[in-house]
Design a protein around this ligand. Structure first.
Ligand code: HEC
Length: 161
């Protein structure tokens, strides 16, 4: 009989400790699951910033130069996220030809991401002027508008190695 009095407190302790452990593990898993869409670290002032550059054909044409130089190696010429560097570095690059990729993001957020980088996306920093950054925001939007094109047809940089 006295053995039971020894075992009972131990069982009680276990019963108290278990739920505490269970509460911790879901927190760990959500933080990694949020990786690709969590823009909450971007300052509100940047998110609300208005795009001062009209998405004119001239703006898109200016951006295309930078896109080819600094972006296509990861995002792909067409924006499908299948650039050579992305593949080599095993990066998960969003498919910008899919309108769903950008629909929840303001121009200010996209500008911030391009200028300052975000997770695996490197910053352009001082390499581009402010207007050129907004040109790129316009350009990124223009990628999603091309409907009816398939990835393989429009992606001229998908050359075999
Ligand atoms: C080294 C590869 C790399 C290069 C170079 C690169 N990006 Fe990215 N980019 C990424 C990755 C990876 C992400 C996804 C970041 C994340 O959410 O973790 C991303 C995200 C983005 C996003 C946000 C898309 C979304 O749905 O949230 C935009 C816009 C963008 N890049 C534009 C550009 C532009 C414009 C350039 C050129 C100036 C560029 N990127 C250069 C890898 C790259």
């Amino acid at each position: 009989m006295y053995r039971l009095t020894l075992v009972l407190p131990v069982l009680l302790l276990l019963a108290l400790a278990l739920p505490a452990q269970q509460q911790q593990s879901p927190q760990n898993s959500t933080s990694s699951a949020q990786k690709s869409t969590d823009y909450s670290t971007i300052p509100v002032s940047a998110v609300r910033e208005q795009n001062p550059v009209k998405p004119s054909p001239e703006s898109i044409a200016r951006a295309k130069k930078w896109w080819r130089l600094d972006c296509a190696m990861c995002h792909g010429e067409s924006g499908n996220g299948k650039g050579d560097t992305a593949r080599d570095m095993k990066l998960t690059v969003p498919d910008l030809t899919d309108p769903a990729s950008l629909k929840d993001h303001s121009d200010g957020e996209l500008y911030y991401v391009i200028k300052n980088g975000f997770q695996d996306m490197p910053p352009e920093g001082d390499r581009i002027k402010t207007d050129e950054g907004w040109d790129l925001v316009n350009y990124v939007h223009s990628l999603a508008k091309k409907k009816g094109e398939t990835d393989s047809k429009s992606d001229s940089d998908a050359k075999p190695q």
